[in-house]
Design a protein around this ligand. Structure first.
Ligand code: ADP
Ligand code: MG
Ligand code: MG
Ligand code: MG
Ligand code: MG
Ligand code: MG
Length: 667
């Protein structure tokens, strides 16, 4: 989660006074980074994944599972074991000799996360460009899970569910703490739910404070046969009087037919799967950023794994909007609830949202694709342009810099260090968009311009997590290799992001998607199998552009992933998997590697066409068939215990024993 400076964080009223200062220095640092790195070229096409885990703790006697708040101790155990590793031993099953021979991947890196019950793991080094490297991903993810588990207590286990089903209900953590602390002021969660590093509670407290009330995370309830209509969240307490914010629910924060949550941890306590790609230069990075952007909502729907909140079945399948609301620091004026008086703008989106602008120098980027509602800080844009940055990139950063820095350390305001990036990162790392454009970090020449793809939900098994990671790598390669064009207007991507939330969106909803992804006209689907998607040089010049609306249409996830069949829409879109297959055909991948990769692509293909279930669908099915489920949308302790145990078993056996095979299709 960004950088962990140590120091004295300012409370919101003081931090707010320093916002312009931090932004000004952030922009100076950005310009400095940009000047130093804009010509950086020939960086390797590296990439890396991030896996986030919930750490659970079983109480088998009482058939109960809780979140373990031992993140710090577990990280400590891992870190001290790493030292042993460097001395040539230590981490179980990795021996120094094998490491030296390159037979075994080096130990992964574990990172803290917002939730004190979370853990993140990345490979030690980013993955390379070779196809064989792709086959190391799944074993490495499994190794990470194994090493994590080995550094936990016997009753603890890392699991990759996006959210803990009953987070926010009594007795959900070990140890247990009373709710309603000074930082979160949540009526459902203790302050101790957050990583105790001062940055995290300050982030939560200052977001609440800037907003002027608690965050409001309302998720529609799934109405089952016996669910009351209207449904009133039975866990909301209207009679609390510890904090001024306890008035929020009396002022209507909780709504009929919604599960009500009131703290950052309900969002930032969710686990996801992120992929970072390094580009060979800044222009390629800008292209990747734009072209991957329209895939965001599709991949969100396809990885859907979040059907339960606070012990109730929700009517949505993914985590995205809940995180968005859980960190939404906009004031009533910015939200448009009050006339603008003290604030500068109305802002249409939370600082956690789908991204809002395109940045590539691609001549195919049409003016019509931009969001007419994009809010930017004109002064900052001018400063960047005066510093030599071009309009598009300056616009991107001038949008990110409309936000206030939330956590400001007094010590950092004394001296501006242009070789550092702390003030820039302060804004950058708290703009949680579904794509992130990462400039090279300061202090090293080894890392280039990178693009992060952030919307995917974490999957229960490492087989799935590897499959989705590898698919994203391959589609990125296909984009670059064939110069594919997925541009649709930004507001359509925003709309798709909403669509992705609906229950079973992967099967039932349709998304705006570009019909013809090829660089120039005239490469039909029928030709796809036989040759790469580029136009022979002898063709006549491209015809003038038609209306933008003619370029895209509504497609199901199946059409996007597997291609349109005759009669489906324009019938034009070839499908992402056929594009990837075509790319692989053009690359002479050896048969063995190709077979291994086929298993991953097969999972994606079948998730999209409905032969395999999403995690969300599988969990709903599990709950609905559970003996303790009363068809009233309530997920009790016993169901949660069995569900978490099932997730652990599925991660281990991957459906080979039958459990969860509807998702995995592995036999
Ligand atoms: P953040 O949490 O800010 O996204 P992390 O360090 O947790 O950053 O994860 C970044 C990911 O990027 C990891 O998977 C890591 O392996 C990968 N990575 C690191 N260096 C590079 C690089 N030069 N190019 C591509 N990916 C990289
Ligand atoms: Mg993370
Ligand atoms: Mg990370
Ligand atoms: Mg991070
Ligand atoms: Mg997270
Ligand atoms: Mg990340």
């Amino acid at each position: 989660m960004g950088l962990l400076a140590i120091g004295t964080p300012l409370e919101w009223p003081e931090a707010k006074l320093q916002a312009d200062h931090v932004r000004a220095w952030g922009i100076e640092q950005l310009l400095s980074i940009w000047r130093r790195n804009k010509g950086k070229a020939r960086d390797a096409l590296l990439w890396g994944d991030e896996i986030e885990y919930l750490v659970v703790c079983y109480d088998d006697e009482n058939r109960k599972v809780r979140l373990s708040l031992r993140q710090a101790e577990i990280l400590e155990a891992l870190a001290s074991d790493e030292k042993l590793l460097e001395q040539g031993g230590g981490v179980p099953d990795i021996n120094a000799e094998e490491l030296k021979n390159g037979d075994v991947a080096p130990a992964p890196i574990f990172h803290p996360e917002f939730g004190r019950f979370m853990l993140e793991a990345t490979p030690r080094k980013p993955w390379g460009i070779g196809f064989k490297d792709l086959l190391d991903v799944e074993p490495n993810m499994k190794l990470r899970r194994k090493i994590a588990k080995e550094h936990m207590a016997a009753t603890e286990c890392p699991i990759t569910l996006t959210t803990f089903p009953r987070l926010g209900r009594n007795d959900s953590t070990k140890p247990s703490y009373p709710n309603s602390g000074p930082k979160l002021r949540s009526q459902f969660l203790p302050d101790e739910i957050a990583n105790p590093h001062i940055r995290f509670p300050t982030l939560a407290a200052n977001i609440r404070s800037r907003r002027g009330r608690k965050v409001e995370v309302n998720v529609p309830i799934f109405h089952d046969e016996k669910t009351a209509k209207p449904w009133k969240d039975p866990t909301v307490n209207y009679d609390l009087h510890n904090w001024p914010e306890d008035d929020d629910v009396r002022n209507g924060a909780a709504k009929d037919d919604f599960i009500h949550m009131d703290a950052m941890a309900f969002g930032m306590g969710s686990c996801c799967l992120q992929i970072t790609f390094q580009a060979k230069n800044i222009d390629e990075g800008r292209k990747m950023y734009d072209q991957l952007s329209p895939l965001g909502p599709i991949m969100l729907a396809l990885t859907a794994a979040t059907p339960i909140y606070k012990g109730f079945l929700a009517d949505t399948d993914v985590r995205w909007n809940q995180i968005s609301r859980a960190v939404d620091d906009r004031t009533a004026e910015e939200l448009g609830e009050k006339p603008l008086k003290n604030d500068r703008w109305r802002i249409p989106k939370s600082r956690y949202a789908s991204n809002s602008t395109y940045i590539s120098k691609d001549p195919r980027l049409r003016q019509e694709y931009f969001d007419p509602d994009l809010v930017i800080d004109e002064e900052i844009k001018q400063k960047l342009m005066d510093g030599g940055m071009d309009n598009l990139l300056a616009t991107h950063f001038a949008h990110i810099f409309i936000r206030d820095p939330i956590v400001v350390f007094a010590e950092d305001l004394k001296e501006l260090d242009l070789l550092k990036s702390d003030h820039f990162e302060n804004l950058q790392s708290t703009n949680w968009q579904h794509m992130r454009f990462k400039p090279p970090p300061s202090g090293t020449d080894d890392i280039g311009w990178r693009v992060e793809f952030r919307p995917m939900e974490i999957q229960i098994t490492d087989f799935e997590n590897a499959a989705f990671s590898i698919f994203m790598v391959l589609i990125t390669r296909a984009i670059l290799s064939f110069d594919l064009n997925f541009y649709v207007p930004i507001p359509r991507v925003t709309e798709n992001m909403e669509t992705a939330h609906r229950r079973d969106a992967v099967l039932n909803e349709r998304f705006w998607f570009r019909k013809d992804p090829f660089p120039r006209k005239a490469t039909g689907r029928s030709e796809l199998g036989s040759r790469p998607a580029s136009r022979p040089a002898s063709r006549p010049p491209t015809p003038p552009l038609g209306p933008v609306e003619d370029e895209y249409e509504l497609m199901s996830v199946d059409e996007v992933i597997n291609g349109q069949r005759p009669g489906q829409g324009s019938g034009e879109f070839p499908g992402l998997i056929p594009l990837v297959e075509n790319y692989l055909n053009s690359m002479n991948v050896d048969v063995e590697t190709r077979c291994e990769l086929a298993q991953y692509l097969d999972l994606i293909r079948k998730r999209a066409d409905g032969r395999l279930w999403s995690g969300a669908k599988w969990m709903r099915d599990f709950v609905s068939k559970h003996a303790e489920y009363e068809k009233d949308s309530a997920v009790g302790d016993g169901i949660q215990y069995d569900l978490v145990k099932a997730a652990e078993q599925i991660a281990r056996n991957e459906g080979r024993d039958g459990l969860g095979n509807e998702m995995l299709g592995r036999h």
